[in-house]
Every structure is written in structure tokens, then in C-alpha cells.
Design a protein around this ligand. Structure first.
Ligand code: ZN
Length: 260
């Protein structure tokens, strides 16, 4: 099989849906993010359907160097086991790393224990730590406010910086932790006073205005966001902040050279 991986740094959205109702209906897919950073391929938050969404786009599990879970919730980890099998070709080609908060491995683990032997190793994510995968490094600057142990990430490639603000209730630490050229944010709720620990549109507006990235991408939409047309919300946020804000689409591939 020929290597069809694109050169440079790209992020493919294998889903843009988040939270229970959206994931159950699959109106929007929930496969996570596939990073190709100078040829190093990393899978972030493989939610339900990741194996389908990745294979149909000719993204090859066996090319992955690592899988990262921001937290153990189903919409972020539903396909982690099958993706470890895909990465290691069912254990016939053991390699690759899993990065995860400790509680995904503890009582009621979300990772089957037999898969651990297929991996090169498991690294436990902790607040304020740095990690590296080939030519890519990332930090988990701050623990989020979410019902389980949850970390976002700030990535550094040779060329670019970008951050992933995964699920969290808003708190001041988010703005100072994720300064980067590109900001990817999980925005589940349309309206303020959210019924669960997730960001809303006004949180997103505030974070974009504070962090001032070159580009911000909204994703992980719940039903209220979807019904309000995320692309229209993104356009409004662009006007209000003066920063280019994009609503991710299922299958969208963002090339980080757009930041140059
Ligand atoms: Zn969550």
C-alpha cells in the first residue's frame, strides 16, 4: 500500500458532534481528530465511529504513532480499543503509545487490558506535564472542570503551535493556558448557564478574544449548536472578535500552512 499521507501539518475532523444526543443520533459524526504533523500521525479522542470515519478517508491506523484521550467519556473514547487494534494490526505489529488520564485505566477501565501488550507503552497525562511523540511535543497545561479527569493539549510542531480545548466548564485558567496560533475548541452549548460542564458560545467568544489566535475552529457541537447552524455562529464570532473563526465540518481537513 502506497503512503498517501499528505506532507506538512494537517488536522482532519473525523467528527464534529459532541455529547449524548448528538452522538447517539450520528447526525454529526464523532470520530475525533486525526493529526498528521510532518508525517507523524496522531489520533485524538477516538469517539464512536472513528474506525469507520478514518478508514473511509484512507487514513491508515497502522501509520499512527500515538492515540491520545483527553478524558474517558464515551464520545471521546468509544473506539479507542478498536483503534489500538488498528494501530498495531491486531497485535501483529506492536508499536505506538497511548496517552490518557489515569482514571481511564482504573476502576471500570475504558481500555481492554489485553491491548496493553500491543503498545510500546502508556503515558499517564497529568497537569502541567510535557510529552513528545517523534518530532511533535505537547503539554497538558491545566486540568479542566469536567466530571472526570480531563486535559486539553497545546501542541508544538517544527512549524506551528495549536491547542485543543476539550470538554470543560469555563474558568479563567483556560485563556492563559492555551496561547497558540490555532485554537480548536469544543463548544457543546448554544446558550449560557449550561446544564453540564461544557463551553457555550459566549465562553468561546471570550476565549477567542483573550487568546487572539490566528484562527479558531469550533467543533464538538451538541444539538442546540447544530440547530443554530454553527457556520453562522462562527461568522458572527469572526465579526465580533476580528479573528477568523471557522465551524468544523465532518471530514474537514485543516492545513496548518493556512496560518503562515
Ligand atoms: Zn466529556
Amino acid at each position: 500500500m502506497k503512503d498517501k499521507s499528505p506532507p506538512g501539518d494537517t488536522i482532519t475532523f473525523l467528527g464534529t458532534g459532541g455529547a449524548r444526543i448528538m452522538v447517539s443520533s450520528q447526525i454529526l459524526a464523532s470520530g475525533g481528530l486525526w493529526l498528521n504533523l510532518g508525517g507523524t500521525e496522531i489520533l485524538l479522542d477516538p469517539g464512536p465511529g472513528c474506525i469507520v470515519q478514518s478508514t473511509k478517508r484512507k487514513l491508515r491506523g497502522n501509520k499512527l504513532s500515538a492515540i491520545i484521550l483527553s478524558h474517558r467519556h464515551l464520545d471521546h473514547s468509544g473506539d479507542v480499543n478498536v483503534m489500538i487494534e488498528a494501530m498495531t494490526q491486531g497485535g501483529f505489529n506492536p508499536h505506538g503509545w497511548l496517552f490518557t488520564p489515569a482514571d481511564a485505566l482504573e476502576t471500570e477501565p475504558v481500555i481492554f487490558s489485553y491491548l496493553k501488550d500491543y503498545l510500546e507503552g502508556i503515558e499517564i497525562l497529568k497537569e502541567g506535564k510535557s510529552y513528545s511523540i517523534g518530532n511533535v511535543s505537547f503539554t497538558t497545561p491545566i486540568r479542566h472542570i469536567h466530571p472526570v479527569e480531563t486535559y486539553g493539549m497545546l501542541f508544538r510542531t517544527g512549524e506551528h503551535t495549536f491547542s485543543y480545548i476539550t470538554d470543560s466548564r469555563y474558568f479563567n485558567g483556560l485563556c492563559r493556558s492555551y496561547a497558540s496560533e490555532l485554537l480548536i475548541m469544543n463548544v457543546v452549548f448554544l446558550r449560557d448557564s449550561p446544564p453540564a460542564d461544557h463551553l457555550t458560545v459566549s465562553d468561546a467568544r471570550h476565549i477567542v478574544a483573550e487568546v487572539k489566535p490566528k484562527v479558531a475552529i469550533l467543533t464538538h457541537f451538541g444539538m442546540t449548536m447544530w440547530q443554530a447552524k454553527p457556520w453562522e455562529i462562527a461568522q458572527r464570532l469572526s465579526q465580533e472578535t476580528g479573528i477568523r473563526v471557522i465551524a468544523a465540518r465532518d471530514g474537514m481537513r485543516f492545513d496548518l500552512s493556512q496560518l503562515d
